[in-house]
Ligand binder design. Structure first.
Ligand SMILES: NC(=O)c1ccc[n+]([C@@H]2O[C@H](COP(=O)([O-])OP(=O)(O)OC[C@H]3O[C@@H](n4cnc5c(N)ncnc54)[C@H](O)[C@@H]3O)[C@@H](O)[C@H]2O)c1
Length: 271
């Protein structure tokens, strides 16, 4: 049974198709549950790779290229989706500025602001544009893709990344409070590690070991969680903060270390 039949979703930063990351997996999973998916990314060809993958699996999708950190483009993208489909039920704010940045004492203004622009202002602009339609429909599901860094710190991204993702938790909670009575839920998924298509291809069989250890998630696994949160039956779940894979939130550190500790106390947790 297609849980999202008749619904329209917009997923930001969802390009790349098979070689894409979390966004592409979320777009595929929502389409597999019957939603028409508007696939956003910075460049049309990149967004189109996911659109084609969805269409070739029998789903419905189209691309809405644009920069989520530009308020005019964000508004225009949402308007395009509503004009084309007549509604907008699900918004997944996944697009992110990723990559390595220096420690605070060497970070430029531009670098700092670029993280806030994409990772925090982007979800704000996209949500602000989508909410009036969701309020009118009395149905809306906004899912903000944060990061475990929001609860800890980040090695790669640095202060801009960590702070923007922490801010996204505030935005999530505030919007959950403001729109709950319209049957609009707002939740945050905090990935700890996503084994995207490109990374999986580069790593080969080693990648499977990471997935088996349940420390990393595959893009489509994140997508399946989003599909549930986006469905009517999840109407009571709002303002939730969900770490994926959840074991990373347990504070038990690295899996190998955990296994060694478990062995010491004679607990069998498998391989
Ligand atoms: N990869 C990880 O291990 C990891 C860990 C923790 C959190 N996350 C979060 O999960 C989400 C997915 O990450 P991923 O690594 O799978 O990446 P992804 O493949 O989903 O890539 C993000 C996409 O955002 C797009 N993008 C960047 N700036 C944009 C903008 N201004 N407007 C529109 N699109 C833009 C990029 O082109 C890219 O395709 C992100 O929010 C990321 O911060 C990822």
């Amino acid at each position: 049974m297609a849980r999202l039949a008749g619904m329209v979703a917009l997923v930001t930063g969802a390009g790349g198709g098979e070689m894409g990351g979390g966004g592409a997996g979320i777009a595929r999973a929502l389409a597999a549950e019957g939603a028409v998916v508007a696939v956003n990314d910075l460049h049309k060809e990149y967004a189109q790779a996911t659109v084609e993958q969805i269409i070739s699996s029998g789903g419905e999708a189209f691309s809405v290229p644009g920069d989520v950190s530009d308020p005019r483009q964000a508004t225009a993208m949402v308007r395009t989706v509503i004009e084309r489909c007549g509604r907008l039920d699900i918004l997944v704010n996944n697009a992110a500025r990723l990559g390595r940045s220096p420690a605070v004492e060497r970070m430029s203004d531009d670098e700092w602001l670029s993280y806030l622009a994409v990772n925090l202002s982007g979800p704000f602009y996209m949500s602000r544009a989508a909410l009036p339609q969701m309020m009118q429909q009395e149905y809306g599901r906004i899912i903000n893709i944060g990061s475990l860094a929001a609860l800890r710190s980040s090695l790669n991204g640095g202060a801009g990344y960590t702070t923007s993702k922490r801010g996204l938790l505030g935005l999530t909670r505030q919007m959950a409070a403001e729109f709950y009575s319209y049957n609009i839920t707002v939740n945050a998924l905090l990935p700890a590690g996503i084994l995207g298509g490109r990374m999986r291809a580069d790593m080969g069989p080693q990648a499977d070991a990471l997935v088996r250890a349940r420390r990393w998630a595959l893009p489509d696994e994140l997508g399946k969680i989003c599909a549930y949160l986006a469905s009517p039956e999840a109407h009571l779940i709002t303002a939730a903060v969900i770490v994926v894979p959840g074991v990373n939130a347990t504070g038990l550190g690295d899996f190998a270390q955990y296994r060694a500790m478990a062995k010491q106390i004679g607990k069998d947790i498998g391989e």
